[in-house]
Design a protein around this ligand. Structure first.
Ligand SMILES: [Zn+2]
Length: 660
């Protein structure tokens, strides 16, 4: 198929066909069926994911998910209610109920928002494309090609919040940003897949704007040969030709090819607006810049045309990496509110880590204190980011910790960004809204208190660190609630890939890249490779479990909770000089232990007391450490026999008493 020109549009993407169709998600499957592509590059997947997220909105069948909080509270409620002395909540159905419980779905969405961090691109080589435009204007394009695209990242340009004011919820806000992306990539890197693949999945047509007539004709020819129905609008067409075009669009043509000049025609734009265009792709978007030779006055009107077409999903492609040009593109097309996606996903200077902990907030606290700074903590919601910052500020001081989210006033946002930008020892607790207009290169650590919904967004968010080329550490915190939440998604969904990443027993970097495409990478750092095995059992669960094992059948639920709290605080007092563990943390730990069937309440005669259970969950994310086997000696047997004897005596006594 001519659509597939090796090295030109889809370089090397036909190689490496290891996956079976069953493993392919909807996007890759569409690309495979239409273009024979076996996989998509990570940056392509990010661009496509953003387009689909923005154009389709939230899928209706998004599983309803719980947050940690609801998880804990619910379990605790059932614990205190368990009067009949049978067990803590143990079975899996608890989880399912919790899922219906629902507090999370909206909350998690902020994570979808695409993101940020800017990088400067050096090494620009000028490349010249010259062509003549027949019908409209003759022109010259002098595109600057970016040579060295080593990082997948996003830079947000622009800070103006006016348009955002319509986005009322965090969810809408995240989708808003998803839909406004500037894709920075070298020429011939495979950008057409980025709009052709979603075009096949979207209900309405996709408008593709090219600067050159020659390019338009070439693309049309390729789409025809690839069996994708398309129409072309250019200068010099007769009214009949245009009528035919609109008739084809109404019949379901997927692609509308046009140039900016033809879109100056008001009646065409008006008629296009009636076609409900789902996505607008703008090629060579740097043509908006007056500073280069490639300036095209008609490009300046595209911002207004986008508005008239009433399309919320717009992707601008450019090869020019200079910050001024990017800023200009963002201003002209998006009123300054957009984000940048860069090609090449695997940042070899980022070390990926996943740590299991039931009380994730406590672990985040500890890591925020001990890990290298500047440090970002991504919290799932605005409230959580404020909460986390407040707790950390108690220990570290207000000048070292702040929070940042889209709910802040513009002045507050700017002040916080400036404050963090100039700090080398600070912690910022934020939502994914951070970074839209910030280019801080020396961030050393990023901690995800809540997992982003997809591997794409995880790559984008973790990609904000170590832009200066130094070693950065990305740490994802994971617990059983996450396991349940993500395993509720279908196995071929983008969300499920996050579970594969977090619970992998092989190289995490490879899992992440596999989830996004099939690029092979030599691991330059992940906890699994460094450790030589999967992540150990959660530290806090282990401690609590060994306490309960040691004191089994000794204490009731609330006693255990109080004792554990003091036990944990005793351990951390030396490190922090503060009692950082609160009741909520311990309840989270106990509820996770019980929902994993590791502890239970005893029956009579130790009614209500806690004891441990053997780990019976087979689908567990991590396994319990094996108990050391001790040889059974004669002394042991003697004690056991006398214990059994005493117990029988006790039972008889009680029964006897009752009878009497
Ligand atoms: Zn690795």
């Amino acid at each position: 198929m001519e659509l597939l020109k090796e090295g030109e549009d889809f370089p090397f993407q036909t190689a490496d066909a290891a996956q079976s169709d069953l493993d392919l998600d909807e996007v890759t499957l569409a690309a495979k069926n239409a273009f024979g592509i076996k996989y998509l590059f990570a940056w392509q997947r990010i661009v496509i994911a953003n387009i689909l997220d923005s154009a389709l909105g939230l899928p209706e069948d998004t599983p309803l998910l719980q947050t940690d909080d609801s998880f804990g509270e619910d379990d605790v409620a059932s614990l205190t209610a368990a009067d009949d002395s049978i067990l803590l909540q143990t079975d899996a159905s608890v989880g399912e109920d919790d899922i219906a419980l629902q507090t999370g779905a909206a909350v998690e969405e902020e994570c979808t928002a695409s993101q940020t961090t800017a990088a400067t691109e050096e090494d620009n080589t000028a490349m010249q494309t010259t062509a003549t435009e027949e019908g409209d204007t003759a022109l010259q394009t002098n595109a600057t090609a970016e040579k060295d695209a080593t990082s997948l990242q996003t830079t947000a340009t622009g800070e103006d919040d006016t348009a955002l004011q319509t986005a009322t919820t965090e969810e809408e806000e995240s989708l808003f940003y998803c839909g406004r992306q500037i894709v920075l990539l070298p020429t011939g890197a495979g950008k057409s897949l980025c709009f052709l693949t979603p075009a096949l999945l979207l209900k309405g047509p996709t408008l593709v704007i090219y600067p050159l007539l020659a390019l338009m004709a070439d693309q049309k020819r390729r789409m025809d040969s690839g069996g994708i129905e398309s129409v072309i609008f250019r200068g010099g067409q007769s009214p009949q030709e245009r009528e035919e075009n609109f008739a084809k669009i109404k019949k379901g043509a997927k692609i509308i090819i046009a140039n900016p000049e033809v879109l100056q025609n008001k009646s065409i734009v008006k008629e296009l607006a009636a076609c409900k265009i789902q996505h607008i792709a703008i090629d060579e978007a740097h043509c908006v810049s007056e500073w280069g030779d490639s300036f095209r006055p008609a490009y300046l009107t595209l911002g207004k045309i986008i508005e008239e077409l009433d399309c919320k999903t717009v992707t601008a492609f450019t090869a020019t990496a200079s910050p001024q040009v990017l800023d200009r593109v963002s201003q002209v097309l998006f009123g300054g509110q957009s984000h940048i996606v860069r090609s090449d996903a695997d940042r070899s200077n980022i070390r990926y880590n996943v740590i299991y902990a039931a009380a994730k907030k406590r672990l985040a606290f500890r890591l925020a204190v001990t890990e290298q700074k500047p440090l970002l903590i991504f919290c799932g919601t605005r409230a959580k980011s404020e909460d986390m910052a407040r707790e950390l500020a108690l220990y570290m001081g207000c000048d070292k910790v702040k929070f940042y989210h889209a709910g802040l006033e513009k002045a507050e946002k700017t002040a916080t960004e400036e404050w963090f930008f100039n700090k080398s020892d600070a912690v910022l607790c934020c939502t994914c809204a951070y970074g839209m207009g910030v280019d801080k290169k020396d961030i050393k650590t990023v901690i995800h208190l809540e997992s982003p919904p997809t591997a794409e967004s995880y790559l984008q968010e973790s990609g904000r660190i170590a832009r200066d080329g130094s070693i950065g550490k990305a740490i994802l915190l994971w617990n059983y609630a996450d396991h349940k939440k993500f395993s509720a998604y279908p196995k071929n969904s983008r969300e499920y890939k996050m579970l594969l990443f977090a619970e992998s027993s092989t190289c995490r970097r490879q899992v992440l890249l596999d989830a996004l495409g099939a690029e092979q990478a030599v691991c330059s750092g992940c906890d699994v490779c460094e450790r030589g095995g999967k992540a150990p059992f959660a530290y806090d669960l282990n401690l609590a479990l060994s306490f309960i094992t040691k004191n089994r059948k000794m204490y009731g639920y609330s006693q255990t909770q109080a004792l554990l709290q003091s036990e944990f605080n005793k351990k951390d007092l030396a490190l922090f000089g503060l009692r950082i563990w609160d009741q909520e943390d311990i309840l989270t730990i106990l509820s996770e232990l019980s929902s994993r069937m590791l502890i239970k309440k005893c029956r009579w005669p130790w009614k209500g007391r806690l004891t441990c259970e053997k780990c019976t969950n087979k689908d567990e994310t991590n396994t319990l450490p094996k108990k050391k086997e001790r040889p059974v000696t004669e002394a042991h047997l003697k004690i056991r026999r006398s214990f059994m004897f005493n117990r029988r005596k006790l039972v008889n006594k009680i029964i006897g008493k009752k009878k009497a």
